[in-house]
Design a protein around this ligand. Structure first.
Ligand code: HEM
Ligand SMILES: *[C@@H]1O[C@H](CO)[C@@H](O)[C@H](O)[C@H]1NC(C)=O
Ligand SMILES: *[C@@H]1O[C@H](CO)[C@@H](O)[C@H](O)[C@H]1NC(C)=O
Ligand SMILES: *[C@@H]1O[C@H](CO)[C@@H](O)[C@H](O)[C@H]1NC(C)=O
Length: 505
């Protein structure tokens, strides 16, 4: 009897404690007297997201649509974790660019002791990030990217060759672009030319051991998680990438000076070279940060072009016109010349990356706007920040979320936002929009370090795909296309399938 009573009492007090903790956590914004989206018990503002009923982007979009214009930012909760959602584009500029010194952290979990691969630029914060960032800026330079171009062009040949001159009723576009992107990363990041099957398998399976609850606890209580030696990636895949880099570096050091072929060479350049473990983490960073968005962008872009054949023809004609001057070959020079498929981005969007004045495809930027692979950016305030000309304060340690995809679909910035229309990126149209209204690569100190590389890879891939082939929807194409609710990134829910035929012009 007494035992039962004790058990009931314990259960009751545990439940009460749980209830109090949840209520206290979800009372954060109310206590601070800040406008906030009303949270649901336990889920905060992510009800339906954890169970896969809706994409996290939908939840963010709802908060943005409901509160935009009412305040510079609004409070919200990811489960029990309070976030500042930034609504005002001037405040976005403060956070990413002019006052970026207050927001140098992203707040992701890393554990270098137990998981060396987590020591990459995306996951690190603080002084570890700072040193690595300084080194990486010297690695991702225009001149290095230029030198790596021949290798990229070589790999891109597989795209056209894989389809050849067959007419296919059902081409697995996801598989095709995945093959290209994986091979580029294997070649450029790992200097790896061997059999790609295992590499490809590992690039898919490193999330196999993912558990949402463990990941959430690691974000909330990183010190405890490190004490418990929590790691994020599947051990088999992590070891594979780690050992691959190790072996490649060993081989490389046996050889005499080689022409520049990959990023391992750059990261292991003699002056203040990184340790092998640090280099492995950077190579893994290409897969972690780059593979899915590259995949998604090329896939979505082909899908949109298949639905609008006039646009597709316009792009192909332009490609042919330019390539004709270069004997039909895609080269570094011909790529620079592609006029119609590309566009000078107005300086005000790009001034964060020094001397960045890059041509970029109309089609690719419009794909990145409409199907923004990273639908939001994250920052953490490392110091208290008082908003200029305002009574509001962002407290030290507050986590911030910048709802990029919602901004990209704001009808007051982009009319008829769900329509795919590359002409939005005509120079005059770009100038008429406010700064910070186009952020697929983030911006500022912690913006995507590989933006230029990614654009190059996407441009080369798109040209190779469109040069000799025409794509159209087939019976199995999912229209309209849906996003995969189980992913944080905007990825297609099912593989993109199109019919394809060879065109001879
Ligand atoms: C279409 C392709 C890509 C897109 C859309 C993309 C987008 C982004 C975005 C939105 C961020 C966060 C920026 C911010 O917080 O302001 C980011 C960061 C980053 N990206 Fe990319 N990315 C792409 C490709 C790549 C590739 C190929 C790499 C290969 C190295 C890469 C490496 C990184 C790294 C290391 C960071 C963290 C930078 C830092 O915190 O210092 N990304 N990317
Ligand atoms: C590449 O993207 C496709 C969807 O476009 C996806 O099915 C595939 O799993 C992706 N591969 C990786 C490694 O993310
Ligand atoms: C497309 O290719 C991927 C990768 O090889 C494969 O897993 C998937 O089943 C294919 N999808 C379809 C619908 O054939
Ligand atoms: C999966 O995660 C658990 C818990 O962190 C860990 O003990 C286990 O070793 C991991 N397994 C693999 C194959 O990575």
């Amino acid at each position: 009897m007494e035992l039962l009573q004790r058990a009931l009492l314990t259960a009751f007090s545990t439940l009460t404690l749980f209830y109090v903790v949840v209520k206290l956590s979800l009372g954060y914004w109310k206590r601070r007297g800040i406008l906030h989206a009303k949270p649901k018990f336990l889920w905060g503002n992510l009800k339906g997201v954890v169970g896969g009923k809706r994409h996290v982007q939908e939840a963010l979009q709802t908060i943005y649509d409901t509160h935009k214009g009412q305040a510079p930012f609004v409070g919200c909760y990811a489960l029990l974790k309070p976030f500042v959602m930034v609504l005002d584009l001037e405040l976005v500029h403060n956070i990413l660019v002019s006052d970026a010194g207050y927001f140098t952290s992203r707040g992701l979990y890393h554990n270098i002791q137990n998981e060396p691969l987590s020591g990459n630029l995306l996951q690190l914060d603080g002084h570890k990030w700072r040193t690595l960032h300084a080194k990486s800026v010297g690695v991702f330079t225009s001149s290095n990217l230029q030198k790596l171009m021949p290798r990229l062009l070589e790999v891109s040949k597989i795209l056209g060759n894989r389809i050849g001159d067959q007419k296919l009723q059902k081409l697995n576009v996801s598989q095709l672009v995945d093959g290209y992107n994986v091979e580029v990363i294997a070649a450029l990041a790992f200097g790896f030319k061997g059999d790609q099957a295992e590499f490809r398998e590992m690039s898919r399976s490193y999330w196999n051991n993912f558990s949402l609850w463990r990941a959430y606890l690691a974000l909330e209580l990183p010190l405890l998680a490190r004490l418990l030696q929590h790691t994020s990636y599947d051990e088999l895949a992590a070891n594979y990438f780690y050992n691959l880099v190790h072996a490649q570096l060993y081989q490389q050091r046996l050889r005499d000076r080689q022409p520049l072929q990959n990023f391992l060479q750059l990261y292991s350049a003699p002056d203040d070279a990184l340790s092998d473990a640090q280099i492995a983490a950077q190579a893994f960073g290409f897969i972690l940060a780059g593979l899915e968005p590259l995949n998604a962008t090329l896939g979505f872009c082909l899908y949109e072009l298949a639905l609008q054949p006039e646009l597709q023809d316009r792009a192909r004609n332009e490609i042919h016109e330019v390539l004709q001057q270069y004997g039909g070959q895609l080269t570094a020079d011909s790529l620079k010349q592609l006029k119609y498929t590309k566009q000078v981005l107005n300086g005000k969007y790009c001034n964060s990356l020094q001397d960045f004045k890059q041509f970029i495809s109309f089609f690719i930027v419009e794909t990145l706007r409409l199907h923004t692979p990273y639908p939001f950016l994250l920052r953490r305030a490392t110091k208290e920040f008082e908003l200029p000309k305002s009574v509001f304060v962002i407290a030290r340690g507050n986590n911030l979320i910048i709802p990029v995809a919602a901004i990209h679909r704001d009808p007051s910035i982009y009319t008829d936002p769900l329509r795919f229309d590359p002409d939005r990126f005509e120079a005059a149209a770009v100038k008429s929009r406010p700064a910070m209204s186009f952020l697929p690569f983030g911006q500022g100190l912690r913006g995507c370090i590989a933006m230029q590389l990614a654009e190059q890879q996407l441009m080369v891939g798109l040209v190779a795909l469109l040069q000799h082939h025409k794509y159209s929807p087939c019976a199995d194409t999912q229209i309209p296309l849906q996003y995969d609710n189980r992913k944080l990134l905007l990825m297609p829910k099912v593989d993109i399938l199109l019919s394809v035929e060879c065109v001879d012009i």
